[in-house]
Design a binder for this molecule. Structure first.
Ligand SMILES: [Zn+2]
Length: 54
């Protein structure tokens, strides 16, 4: 379902895209995190790709 409301879109985009994903367990971590909150791994990757459809 495409989001048309720009306010909702911004909120959704920031929540969905501005996160760090753990390469080990796949958990979402807050932006700026240096280690996974679930498995304590430091193997995180940023999830910031173009905001197309949410
Ligand atoms: Zn993890």
């Amino acid at each position: 379902m495409p989001v048309t409301d720009p306010v909702k879109y911004r909120i959704a985009a920031s929540r969905l895209l501005n996160v760090m994903i753990c390469r080990k367990c796949g958990a979402k971590n807050p932006p700026g995190a240096t280690k996974c909150r679930r498995c304590k791994s430091k193997n995180l990757r940023p999830k910031k790709k173009g905001a197309k459809k949410i």
